[in-house]
Ligand binder design. Structure first.
Ligand SMILES: NC(=O)c1ccc[n+]([C@@H]2O[C@H](COP(=O)([O-])OP(=O)(O)OC[C@H]3O[C@@H](n4cnc5c(N)ncnc54)[C@H](OP(=O)(O)O)[C@@H]3O)[C@@H](O)[C@H]2O)c1
Length: 252
């Protein structure tokens, strides 16, 4: 599919699934902006994309999602945007830093990007969750941070008609897959498929969720039912209000 003329931003695009999202989107002819805190890693990723996609239109945007006060300036570097893929994420012991990076950073970034996305013909926000975010167990701080991103995506769809908000999750995606793990999981290039489809597919609607079709773990993406905690509108509203309170901004 050609997306020539469009501009997409992918956070955490210098490695892992985000790299593959950027590479696959670059293959459509779109301009792809790699949001990354390291210019050196972004340069290496862009060289790799250009080797796979000759003539790829890629560039780097300096972006540290853990530094909330820096994100207004980062967003200010852009002059147009058709979609942002909120992909960057960490799994670390520091629960506060993890919540900031995985959820609040993207909440703030999207807030500052809203004018550009609303000005696009059909601006899209693609948030990245996790299977673990579907049903959060007490004390699972990673799952809580990913669920917050997913609830944010669904709530954005309810509150904002100016953009299309799609939630995706990559299933189980490892850097290199060896038998027998490959029976259950997939590699990170395949882990990128739901996000790429969320950016490009004209038939996906705001508020929908995409994930791998085989047990939610691997395979081609499909639209998944939104249920349980993810369908809890009161919980989503609470996450939204708390995010506004903690960051002082709101995607409006
Ligand atoms: N892999 C899976 O099976 C799986 C399953 C469910 C959900 N997910 C989600 O999918 C997304 C990608 O996962 P992955 O496995 O590809 O992770 P990964 O290989 O560890 O890559 C994470 C990316 O996030 C970036 N990042 C981390 N902290 C950042 C910050 N403060 N500011 C900007 N960028 C930052 C990293 O950049 P640096 O190189 O600078 O650290 C890197 O580019 C995450 O949101 C993750 O939660 C993954």
């Amino acid at each position: 599919m050609s997306a020539e003329g469009k501009t997409f931003l992918v956070t955490g695009a210098n490695a892992g699934i985000g790299y593959h999202v950027a590479e696959q989107l670059a293959g459509t002819g779109a301009t792809v902006i790699l949001g990354s805190r390291s210019a050196t890693k972004a340069d290496a990723a862009m060289a790799s994309i250009r080797a796979v996609v000759p003539g790829a239109r890629v560039r780097h945007l300096q972006l540290d999602l853990a530094d909330l006060t820096s994100l207004k300036a980062a967003a200010g570097e852009l002059d147009r945007l058709d979609a942002v893929v909120c992909n960057a994420g960490v799994m670390i012991d520091d629960a506060e830093l993890m919540y900031t990076t995985n959820h609040l950073g993207h909440f703030v970034l999207v807030s500052w990007l809203m004018p550009l996305l609303a000005a696009a013909p059909e601006g899209r926000v693609v948030t990245t969750g996790s299977l673990r975010g579907k049903k959060v167990k007490d004390g699972d701080a990673y799952a809580r941070s990913k669920q917050a991103q997913m609830l944010f995506g669904f709530e954005l769809a309810r509150r904002q008609s100016a953009v299309t908000s799609i939630v995706n999750h990559p299933g189980g995606a490892l850097d290199s897959i060896t038998f027998p793990a490959s029976l259950l999981l997939q590699d990170k290039a395949a882990g990128a498929w739901p996000a790429v489809q969320a950016v490009l597919d004209p038939d996906v609607r705001s508020g929908q969720m995409l994930g791998p079709r085989v047990f939610g773990l691997r395979g081609k993406p499909r639209i998944e039912p939104v249920r349980g905690q993810l369908a809890d509108e009161a919980l989503a509203a609470r996450v939204w209000e708390e995010s506004v309170e903690l960051t002082g901004v709101e995607p409006a």
